[in-house]
Design a protein around this ligand. Structure first.
Ligand SMILES: [Mn+2]
Length: 322
């Protein structure tokens, strides 16, 4: 295991090298793609050659901000950098050749396995973008508006537009500086947080009208069938974070969302809780798990049976714990 370096040390490391290839993680979010694009842009502004390895799972939501940096097929990098990626298991398939070759790992996950030759990990940061920002300002003294825009995407998306519990004063100071550097915060906030596709708004409407409340309103349960998605014209990209909705209802402590996936006997359950309710404890009973406030499990049963079983388990959980 290699020792951790500070952002300034990582900047010195970058200054001494060239021809970088930046890797983002599987099922890419705004933090990994924003960090990757910002790092490529910032390194180019510092006179370096830098590309991002094409992430085939990048969705239309973030692709426009990163695809200009995709590496050409014949690119031969000298240094591999991974961003926001806790382990090489999270590499996309086309990054397989680089699992043992990461020169610099930049991340904020406490679970990071320190797989880089050099690691710049800070688990106290809400986003990887903040660490990249520190590295780039240590490298060049400032960032351009283009870099600031990508970094703002990283910071805002990983914090739910600065509303999740992970947001720190440091995150907000960094965001303020990004706005000073020209990050178009108003445009990005509207685009990323106050705009929904028609498919999304329709599926939300169907989910909301079919939602049931149980146990004095402590439990909300919602089901999404494949037929509903078809009727709504919703695609997988429209389902991002759909599980948070059930838990946003006043008085609800346990929000359960069941989704019919590839077949009628393949249901994905997402549980979101408010303390003291424990999503992980509930999902554990179905061989699933996660965190205290967000967990999931998969059941190979029709959606109605899944619902009945979940309500039985939740009844038992509430009875034995409260
Ligand atoms: Mn992240």
């Amino acid at each position: 295991v290699s020792a951790n370096v500070t952002a300034s040390e990582a900047a010195l490391w970058l200054a001494a090298r060239d021809n970088f290839l930046i890797i983002s993680h599987r099922r890419p979010d705004g933090d990994t793609l924003g960090s990757a694009a910002a790092l490529a842009q910032g390194l180019r502004e510092a006179g370096k050659t830098a590309f991002v390895l094409c992430n085939p799972e990048a969705t239309p939501r973030y692709a426009p901000y990163v695809e200009d940096y995709w590496a050409p097929d014949d690119y031969e990098p000298a240094s591999i950098i991974a961003v926001d990626t806790a382990s090489v298991d999270l590499f996309t398939d086309n990054a397989g050749a680089y699992t043992g070759a990461v020169s610099l790992c930049i991340d904020h996950h406490a679970s990071n396995s320190f797989y880089g030759g050099v690691n710049c990990i800070d688990a106290a940061r809400a986003t990887c973008g903040e660490i990249v920002f520190d590295i780039l300002t240590a490298l060049s003294g400032s960032v351009s508006s283009v870099t600031a825009e990508r970094l703002y995407i990283a910071l805002s998306t990983d914090t739910g537009c600065f509303s999740f519990g992970n947001t720190t004063a440091e995150t907000l100071f960094a965001a303020a500086r990004l706005i000073e550097y020209g990050a178009p915060n108003r445009v990005l906030n509207k685009k990323l947080f106050r705009t929904k596709t028609r498919g999304r708004i329709k599926i939300e409407g169907m989910l909301a009208s079919g939602m049931e409340f149980h146990f004095d309103g402590i439990v909300a349960i919602a089901a999404i069938t494949r037929e509903m998605m078809e009727t709504a014209g919703a695609c997988e990209d429209d389902m991002d974070d759909i599980a948070v909705i059930a838990a946003t209802v006043e008085g609800v402590g346990i929000g359960i969302t069941i989704r019919e996936m590839s077949s009628a006997n393949d249901c994905k359950v997402s549980v979101r809780t408010m303390l003291p309710y424990d999503a992980h404890a509930i999902c554990l009973r179905f061989d699933g798990g996660g965190h205290k406030m967000a967990a999931g499990c998969t059941l190979d049963k029709p959606i109605d049976e899944v619902k009945t079983e979940l309500l039985e388990v939740v009844a038992d959980y509430l009875k034995s714990n409260f």
